[in-house]
Design a protein around this ligand. Structure first.
Ligand code: NDP
Ligand code: 2IT
Length: 445
């Protein structure tokens, strides 16, 4: 065993013992530990402060019951949480997810990742994540509203513009944020930016909806530029059909790439010649109305029960959910010639898949770098709210491009190796250093 592997193993033994059965969380911590523990060991301040050990224990986890009434008058009881992971460099910040798969392990992995992602943006944002095991599928608009109001009735007392600022994530978009923020405002009797992703009529930032997907494509452009390539003409396989996936598809198509897929839990929409902007918009409208995408217009085909990873693509962008790409899928992509994989979702590759793509010489960007555009524009929304001003869409888009290029620069500065760029290592180290320096400055807090 190498010295690094030994360090990781000793560290993880303790983390595993304290977090039994929390597989997603352990996976996220181990990936960071592999890249930063040698740095921690060789820096006496970081080592004495046990930075990674401190960062792998959340500041606090708030758990609560959510009781709501459906349209037929039946009561339902769900579980809600907010994992306030670290406010070392700014207020807790991160999304809210509503999905039946949500549990403490999933929210801890997401909150942990968020610490490093938010540090990479260069903005003063701490790390957090929240959500509920509520399944919004098939629920009416009024049921969604009642659930959001009940959820915020509990969460509201723990958040605030300088304390903790939630936003959207899976199944929490502009509509849900409207209901959540409305409930928060009523509860507090104050109007301030304690939630981001708001509608533009009430303090939301222009371009927040597009920011994660567009930012992902700006990051991919920066990666391609490193090797003198262009996005135009590239075949791009995308998974998911939500906020991140459809906006990544839209920006890629606008820039002349061929987006050959989008997908959902029931299958893959394939367009060998590339989806048009109209087809991408059709997918978005279908999702908005709760309709499926099984009968696409204009020559695209829907393949039930398949993943996009068997397609022949130059670039793959997993934009749906965690661990959606396993080792076999990664190897299929490598065998058919993929050259670049950038994560739109959080931790969409299993640990084995990450190993396979790095071994396979594929340029691979972890979500904490490549999907940071969303939270970065949330950060700008917070500044706009604090100043009671708003930026134009064009100003925000320019700022987003700048931020994604800066994240790319920070990442390659730490990730340059003898034979290329290790983006995972670069992102983990750059994010870690910033938070570590803050923890050292605070002493034993
Ligand atoms: P949406 O709710 O808009 O879309 C989620 C998409 O993922 C849907 O197409 C859904 O399919 C699919 N999906 C969800 N769970 C699964 C599953 N278990 N297996 C296969 N597909 C699944 O969410 P977002 O686009 O906002 O989020 C997507 C990813 O991006 C998440 O990992 C999120 O954490 C991450 N992210 C989001 C940001 C944001 O600003 N929104 C910022 C940074 C990262 P179906 O319609 O069938 O349910
Ligand atoms: O995973 C993420 O970065 C998000 N869901 C966005 C978080 C935010 O606070 O905008």
């Amino acid at each position: 065993m190498t010295e690094r592997a030994q360090l990781v193993e000793t560290f993880m033994e303790d983390v595993r013992a304290r977090n039994t059965g929390q597989d997603e969380f352990l996976q996220a911590v181990e990936e960071v530990a592999e890249d930063v523990l040698t740095i921690e060991k060789n820096n006496p301040d970081y080592a004495r402060n046990k930075v990674l050990e401190r960062l792998s224990e959340p500041d606090r986890i708030i758990g609560f019951r959510v009781v709501w009434e459906d349209d037929a008058g039946e009561y339902h009881i769900n579980r809600g949480w907010r994992v306030q992971f670290s406010n070392a460099i700014g207020p807790y910040k991160g999304g809210i997810r509503f999905h039946p798969s949500v549990n403490a392990s999933v929210l801890k992995f997401l909150g942990f990742e968020q610490i490093f992602k938010n540090a990479l943006t260069g903005l003063p944002l701490g790390g957090a994540k929240g959500g509920a095991d509520f399944d919004p599928k098939g629920r009416s608009d009024r049921e969604i509203m009642r659930f959001c109001q009940a959820f915020m009735g509990e969460l509201g007392r723990y958040i605030g513009p300088d304390r903790d600022v939630p936003a959207g994530d899976i199944n929490v978009g502009t509509r849900e944020i409207g209901y959540l923020f409305g409930a928060y405002k009523k509860l507090q009797g104050e109007f301030h930016g304690a939630v981001t992703g708001k509608g533009e009529a009430f303090g939301g930032s222009a371009m927040r909806v597009e920011a994660t997907g567009y930012g992902l494509i700006y990051f991919v452009q920066a990666m391609l530029n490193e090797t003198g390539q262009e996005i135009e003409g590239k075949r791009i396989a995308i998974s998911g059909k939500g906020n991140v996936a459809t906006h990544a598809a839209e920006k890629a198509a606008q820039l002349g790439a061929k987006v050959i897929s989008l997908s959902d839990t029931s299958g893959t929409l394939v367009a060998e010649d590339g989806l048009s902007l109209e087809q991408i918009d059709w997918v978005r409208q279908q999702k908005r109305q709760g309709l499926d995408i099984s009968a696409p217009p204009g020559g695209a085909v829907f393949e039930p029960d398949t993943l996009p990873w068997a397609l022949e693509a130059d670039i793959a962008l997993p934009c749906a959910t965690q661990n959606e790409m396993d080792e076999k899928s990664a190897k299929d992509l490598i065998d058919s010639g993929v050259r670049l994989i950038a994560e739109g979702a959080n931790m969409p590759l299993t640990a084995d898949a990450v190993h396979a793509v790095r071994e396979g010489g594929v340029s691979y960007a972890p979500g904490k770098a490549s999907n940071a555009g969303g939270v970065a524009i949330s950060g700008l929304e917070m500044s706009q709210n604090a100043h009671r001003r708003s930026m134009t869409a064009d100003q925000v888009d320019q700022e987003l491009k700048k931020i994604m290029c800066m994240i790319h620069e920070r990442t390659i500065r730490e990730g340059k190796t003898g034979n290329g760029i290790d983006y995972r290592c670069g992102a983990n180290i750059a994010g870690y250093r910033k938070v570590a320096d803050a923890l050292v400055a605070y002493g034993t807090m």
